[in-house]
Design a protein around this ligand. Structure first.
Ligand code: CTP
Ligand code: CA
Length: 227
């Protein structure tokens, strides 16, 4: 009894995190995708696990090691990421979609390698399903849903619009203008916006420290909605 550890703040909670890019195949050796190291999402998955949550991490292709204790599902395409997220969404209390999902995918994928013949080459693309918006549509009362936004201009306006359109509780805004933030690096500078439009601007810090700050907001929100 004396040696029992105090319960962790997210003990008994289930979390779902998406991370990394998706690769949309043009042919067996080529793809369309976004820049994304997956570091921010992996840091969030690790932090949620440290706080006691049971974490499922749906990851596109990255070179990162799976954080200890985290259940990882590897996917390649946006369609595969959608399927894995939809399977795990209903049972999850905390959902953080940090993946850089490709917005477009080839209409057709060639079964053989396409040879370079013509001087120009066109690939016809169609929109992928918005995973975050799909989950937002199905959100239940016990769920905290967080998205990311990457913007280069009118950042706040665009981020707030995404938060409302996708029915999120919070959106984490990455600005491309900040140095020390973004692709590949170990630091990030973000603002976190809630449904009321309140903005919390964090200082430039390690992705691990940003993940800890996001988790504190999640803990507070879970307390609010379950009490
Ligand atoms: N997202 C998603 N599925 C997609 C596209 C985006 O789940 N097919 C999620 C991302 O994981 C992120 C959020 O939506 O949490 C915002 O992504 P972003 O690319 O900034 O916004 P989009 O809605 O795709 O709009 P745009 O790229 O035109 O700015
Ligand atoms: Ca996008």
């Amino acid at each position: 009894r004396f040696f029992e550890k105090p319960a962790l703040p997210l003990q008994g909670k289930k979390a779902l995190v998406s991370a990394g890019p998706t690769y949309e195949a043009i042919d067996p050796v080529r793809f369309i995708g976004n820049h994304s190291s997956g570091k921010m999402g992996f840091a969030i998955a690790a932090a949620l696990h440290r706080l006691g949550a049971a974490v499922t991490l749906v990851s596109g292709p990255t070179s990162l090691a799976t954080p200890p204790g985290v259940t990882r599902i590897d996917i390649m395409s946006a369609a595969e990421m959608l399927r894995a997220c939809q399977t795990n969404f209903p049972s999850s209390d905390i959902i953080v979609m940090s993946a850089a999902v490709a917005d477009y995918t080839p209409v057709e994928t060639a079964q053989q390698k396409i040879k370079k013949k013509t001087a120009t080459f066109e690939v016809k693309l169609k929109k992928t399903t918005d995973i975050l918006a799909t989950l937002g549509n199905e959100k239940a009362k016990h769920q905290t849903l967080i998205g990311f936004a990457l913007e280069t201009d009118n950042e706040l306006e665009h981020a707030l619009d995404k938060l409302r359109r996708k029915n999120l509780d919070y959106i984490v805004l990455n600005s491309m203008r900040d140095t020390g933030a973004g692709f590949g690096v170990d630091t990030n500078k973000v603002s976190i916006i809630d449904r009321a439009g309140n903005i919390t601007s964090l200082a430039l810090k390690s992705k691990k420290a940003v993940a800890d700050d996001i988790c504190q907001i999640i803990i507070d929100h879970q307390k609010d909605i379950t009490n």
